[in-house]
Design a protein around this ligand. Structure first.
Ligand SMILES: [Zn+2]
Ligand SMILES: [Zn+2]
Length: 394
């Protein structure tokens, strides 16, 4: 079968010391310090063979993620942008849905308690948590110490077939009846990014009480999905702050009640105005520029009447934040970091939201074939109008 595979040269930057879990020439936890001159090729690979706890899937839909873009984008010395766990060559693709083709003896569907059957529709977590380390044992799979990631360090879903351990799979059956076959698989490919948003605002941010207001800064797929989830949680005002008009419009269509262009107005004043001086219970940092948006965040917390606000950092950013402790002390506010999408009932809750009408498929602005994958990963380096481009391998 053909598979969209990324190759890169192992060429650690001068002075870079291999981490304790890095494997020379093969795997690193700090991709941007090691991998150089990436290239994406369509390669021929044997179809995967599932083990006893694994499922062979026919891939139906797989979204292109910002991290795919960053694995293929380089700095002026040719090093990849993506800073995380990577082992190349690797078939990319991690936001996917598929049909079960075959299942090992102990590949159990968590909903039915039975072995997976051919024809069942599933989506998958991307984080392959080990279930054996201390964070996993303590119930924090998003912080697994022996994590592998599908489409980063293990072959992913830009291919006709892939295999996955059943422990990471979730049935899409609840979606079949209301959306039909085709849309079920499109929604299935959006469960992963929507779960990143859910984990950020509900699990880490603590959720809201109906009637409270929230602010989402940045409307990439995760920011927009957070609008849908929080509106569904009963937020009275879901305010999106985003420079791109098309992305603001999409957020408004998917749950935001108000949209702010941060290049045209003062964000803090606009939020205080919209909420009649209340401010926001949850502020989601989804721009990747926390030091830039921080003054607005502190002004909202300091001047708004909302106590106990929580700022959730979800966008990855190796950035120092100019934080004033007084603001967080006096206003009883919190700052939390959010990573991942696994555990805490997140995947099944997101599928349940979708099954009761939370349709996030408008996020998909373009559908492409497997052969068009490479050019579109490249296109997304510069194009900000597309939100989610989805590969349909068939
Ligand atoms: Zn992703
Ligand atoms: Zn673990």
């Amino acid at each position: 079968m053909r598979a969209v595979t990324l190759f890169a040269e192992w060429s650690p930057k001068p002075g870079y010391k291999l981490g304790s879990k890095d494997i020379e020439g093969k795997l690193t936890y700090l991709g941007s310090k090691v991998w150089r001159n990436p290239r994406i090729e369509m390669v021929d690979k044997p179809e995967p063979v599932p083990g006893p706890t694994e499922v062979l899937l026919r891939v139906k839909a797989c979204g292109i993620c910002g991290s795919d873009v960053h694995m293929y984008q380089t700095d002026d010395q040719g090093y990849i942008y993506y800073p995380g766990l990577t082992a190349f060559p690797c078939t990319l693709g991690h936001e996917f849905s598929g049909t079960v083709v075959a299942a090992g003896e102990q590949a159990i569907n968590k909903i039915t308690g039975q072995r997976y059957k051919a024809g069942e529709a599933v989506c998958s977590e991307e984080m392959m948590w080990c279930a054996q380390c201390r964070p996993c044992a303590d119930g924090y799979p998003n912080h697994c110490e022996r994590l592998q990631e599908i489409g980063f360090s293990v072959d992913g879903a830009y291919a006709k077939y892939m295999k996955m351990d059943a422990r990471y799979l979730w049935s899409l059956d609840p979606l079949r009846e209301i959306y039909g076959e085709e849309k079920m698989y499109l929604l299935g490919s959006l469960v992963e990014p929507t779960s990143v948003a859910y984990n950020a605002v509900i699990e880490r941010g603590g959720g809201i009480r109906a009637g409270e207001h929230v602010l989402i800064m940045g409307s990439g797929p995760v920011g927009i999905a957070a609008c849908s989830v929080l509106r569904r949680s009963g937020a009275s005002r879901v305010i999106i702050s985003e420079p791109s008009k098309s992305r603001r419009d999409m957020a408004l269509a998917m749950g935001a009640t108000d949209a702010i262009d941060p290049t045209g107005v003062n964000v803090a004043e606009a939020v205080l105005d919209i909420t009649k001086g209340m401010g926001a219970k949850i502020i989601l940092e989804a721009t990747g520029l926390p030091s830039v948006v921080w003054p607005d965040i502190e002004k909202i917390i300091w001047e708004g009447r909302q106590l106990n606000a929580t700022v959730v950092l979800v966008a990855r950013a190796d950035d120092k934040i100019p934080m004033n402790g007084e603001v967080f002390q006096v206003r009883r506010a919190n700052v939390v970091g959010a990573q991942g999408h696994s555990g805490h009932g997140t995947f099944p809750n997101v599928i349940s939201c979708m099954a009761s009408g939370m349709d996030v498929t408008p996020l998909i602005t373009k559908k492409i074939t497997l052969d068009q994958t490479e050019e579109h990963i490249k296109l997304l380096q510069t194009n900000r109008e597309q939100v989610k481009i989805t590969v349909l391998p068939e």
